[in-house]
Design a protein around this ligand. Structure first.
Ligand code: NDP
Ligand code: OXD
Length: 308
């Protein structure tokens, strides 16, 4: 068994330590030392250069190091073999932490206190009842479901929007285009946790923001190309939205010229909301490698027709 590992953001040594204890006979190779390409039957990758995977004649499966597979699907030469996205407990926990952190910051007015400190203003703002502060999550998949449980545990009111109808204890659920507006109108904080697909590209636009409650905030952790940056800035400038925590941007790294860097109501992070820990991710990928070698159904296979 030989696996190509490719990522500019993840550490090969850590992934060896995460994977090899579970699959000791696995040979891990890199793009610089592919050896005999015909021996490579698996790949574990994040944003490989287009064409790299197509150069492996006996590739049987692709494991994504990320939950989002939009970059992989953009490669027109991507081999037509099962593609598995990352479903990992550390990724879900990190994402929930990020969302809970920003939600608490808005709910408790810490964003306003930070702004007041700049002009030495001592002014109290008290939060209302926590169960009346509603967080609306776009995307009720692996990450959205985990985040909604964490928010509920902390006492927030939670709603969620997805493509298919869901039933989750304690969560007010909405689905489909028809229910987007009522979903947006009820939330004090809207979290975007959608995959990037044809249907979600440029979805966070003027009409979307205008459907949000006046004074509400956006937490954007899906994919940058879902966001129409100028439309968000216009809604922040006119005060319709009171804040945005942005982790993913239309161009990454975010160009210096972007107004997002300097807007007083924008909080930026460099696509850092969630990342998979090789220790837990290694066990997850190893279990899929074992399924693959036994010819069993794989976990997390992407529906290429839907794009996620
Ligand atoms: P899942 O595939 O488990 O969930 C996706 C959810 O989005 C599902 O509930 C799905 O609906 C819903 N959805 C997809 N398309 C639509 C649509 N057109 N309309 C309404 N709902 C839709 O993905 P994950 O939860 O694992 O990950 C979500 C995304 O988070 C990733 O694709 C990635 O872009 C982003 N991400 C960002 C990270 C970061 O650090 N910023 C880290 C990890 C992920 P249904 O259930 O009906 O299919
Ligand atoms: C992911 C990501 O998709 O890191 O996992 O964005």
């Amino acid at each position: 068994m030989a696996l190509l590992f490719y990522s500019e953001d993840d550490d090969l040594g850590q992934w060896k330590r995460g994977l090899l204890p579970h699959v000791p006979d696995l040979e891990m190779r890199t793009a610089d030392e592919l050896g005999d390409k015909s021996e490579i039957d698996m790949a574990l990758v994040w944003q490989p250069p287009p064409g790299l995977l197509a150069s492996l004649p006996n590739l049987g499966v692709i494991f994504s190091l990320g939950a989002g597979v939009d970059a992989l699907l953009k490669d027109e030469t991507l081999p037509n073999v099962p593609l598995c996205r990352m479903i990992d407990p550390s990724l879900a926990r990190n994402m929930s932490e990020y969302i809970l952190y920003h939600t608490l910051r808005y709910y408790r007015h810490f964003d306003r206190f930070e702004a007041q400190q700049i002009s030495a203003q001592w002014r109290l703002h008290l939060p209302g009842p926590i169960d009346e502060f509603r967080v609306g999550i776009l995307g009720l998949g692996e990450l959205g479901t985990h985040a909604s449980a964490k928010l509920l545990q902390s006492g927030f009111a939670v709603s969620g929007w997805s493509r298919s109808q869901k039933s989750i204890d304690g969560v007010e659920t909405f689905c489909g285009a028809d229910q987007l507006k009522p979903f947006l109108a009820g939330a004090d904080v809207v979290v975007c946790l959608l995959p990037l697909t044809d249907a979600t590209e440029n979805m966070l636009d003027r009409a979307f923001f205008q459907a949000m409650k006046p004074g509400s905030r956006l937490i954007h952790v899906g994919r940058g190309r879902q966001l129409v940056e100028d439309d968000l800035l216009a809604q922040l400038d006119c005060g319709h939205l009171s804040g945005a925590a942005i982790d993913v941007t239309p161009i990454e790294p975010l160009p210096q010229s972007s107004r997002l860097w300097r807007h007083p109501h924008v909080t930026l992070s460099p696509h850092a909301a969630a990342y998979v820990q090789p220790k837990t991710g290694g066990a997850v990928v190893a279990a899929n490698i074992q399924r693959f070698s036994r010819g069993e159904p794989l976990v997390g296979v992407v529906d290429r027709g839907q794009g996620y």
